[in-house]
Design a protein around this ligand. Sequence first.
Ligand code: ME8
Length: 647
Amino acid sequence: MTWSITTPIYYVNGKPHIGHAYTTIAADAAARWMRRLGHDTFLLTGTDEHGQKVAEAAAARGMAPKVHCDDMVVGWRALMDRLGITYDRFLRTTDADHIAVVQGVLTWMKERDLIYRAEYTGWYSIAAERFWTEKDLVDGKCPDTGTAVVEITEANWFFRMSQFREPLLAHLAAHPEAIQPESRLNEVLGFLRQPLEDLCISRPKARMNWGIDLPFDPDFVTYVWFDALLNYATGAGWSPGKALSATRWPATVHLVGKDILTTHAVYWNTMLLALGLPLPTTLFAHGWWVSTDGRKMSKSLGNTIDVDGLIEGFGVDVLRWFLLRDVAFGADGAFSYDNFLVRTNADLANDLGNLAHRATSMTVSWRGGAVPPLAAPGPAEAALAELAHATVASVADAMPRLAFHEALEAIVGLVRAGNKYVDTRAPWALRKSGDEAGVDTVLRTLLELCHLVAALAAPVAPGKMAELGARLGRDAATLDTFARDVVHGQVAALGGLTTGAPIHHGDPLFPRFDELPAALAPAPAKETPMAPEAPPTPAVPTITYDDFAKIQLRVGRIVEAAPHPDADRLLCLKVDIGEAAPRSIVAGIRARFAPEALLGRQIVVVANLAPRKLRGVESHGMLLAASDGDLLVDLVSVDAPPGSVVR
Ligand code: ME8
């Protein structure tokens, strides 16, 4: 059976950034690991190319949408190449086989009455390209993007998603491991506590025609998420009516960011249930990279991280290492260049680079560059061999669970033990005292350690570990074979090299960086020519002083912040505004702020707003925030005691 892993298909319009690199690198490291263990492995990635925003961006460039996509996709493919992604398919939703699958599914569902036509009135968000019900809106705006919504009545086609709530709950009860980490499962179960509505899966061409035509109604195209989610089926080689055994479905792991948990866990899984297809084994929603002040990175905030600059400055392997090592996979991580320097200097320049340098330089200087025999192993060597064995077990356990940080921590632990071993055994002193067997033993042990580390860490840092392997006389394929054999217990962890084989010494494998390379000198964020135009500012009506006086604004201090149990975009806050107890306020700011980054912030609250329920949680007030177009930039902050009135 195939071990397959997918990334989200990225919006072709967007500028690739560190978040996209993160998911894709993680998927690639896992795929490389599984592939070398001998699994039939399939890595699927690609681009999401339909929908209103793409149509608008294309129009702004005076191009046909497909021509615009053909141009934009070049940048995405190039990113994948620079990141060293070994994808098996790069799927575009404009690919002919995908269009056929989407239309085949629509027809199949329509024939079984899983799709029906109905009139619908709702609040439509252009930015999010979807309808919301009244109760979904946050402060009258789109809960996903914070932008204005318009009330629209139109005929549309709907997928009977509501029918699949119970089967989905039953599946999750039987397979709680299907959504990971566990906290994400709980979010999904929270969402499923309320009744599920049917899903609008069409868009009238009169409003937007850049999409896949509904095969049974020429007036409509397919809703972009319904289209995009089916990429996983197309990528697996499935189409309606095809025998499952002839496909790579079900996917083993869908890797996504936490922002698109619900679309996958609910929309996609119910679509699969309707199609009678097995659900993916695991949906893993990882955390976000945020800036050190807790804000999600964005171009307008100027806090994005320059992926190309990092690759040019440090090399792609250092970037891959850092992203997978620094943060527990699943949790959010704050990205700072300082931390990047500290972490990579410590792990790579000081620990691993140093170990490799010592092992190869002493072997070249003292043994003419030939692997010496393990002449006289003693207790120190036995202890290291035991640790090496345990490290193999830890890495082999962690990698298929996508616990990259655990795997790398175990590897770094072994490297550190190796450096300590050199210091304690002091081969230079053994040499002085004429103990040549002792010198041989230490050198052989060190070389074997480097070899094992190169084999174990290659899925994360393939280029540099191949280089280390080459210095030890092993090509990448031989390293892979050794990795498989050592994991399967067919060869000793420190038994991969051959006595007498040639060893090379070269420049430091991982140079130390004491400051940021010039390529990363902070520069104003580059503008993308295809960035969608900001919507025109609506005319603002004048209000009287009395109108304004009706609004009571007060200073508040955020004392608690937690994700809303049922909504990806909302945070539930407790805000001290100088009353007996803190106010509960629900705010649509989760896309910008990690909850912990908000604690203690002094903000301005509209205190006399009528209470309302937002996705089941009562909210008593509203926060003031500044936004730039669609983007929430920051909360309005005040340095004054909670309860102070703002006028
Ligand atoms: O949502 N930290 O595409 P997208 C970590 N087309 N990961 C991040 C991140 C961050 N700050 N920002 C983005 C879409 N990501 C849809 C998907 S799938 C059928 C359709 C990563 O271009 C993360 O994996 O907005 C997130 O889920 C994805 O990029 C969103 O990419």
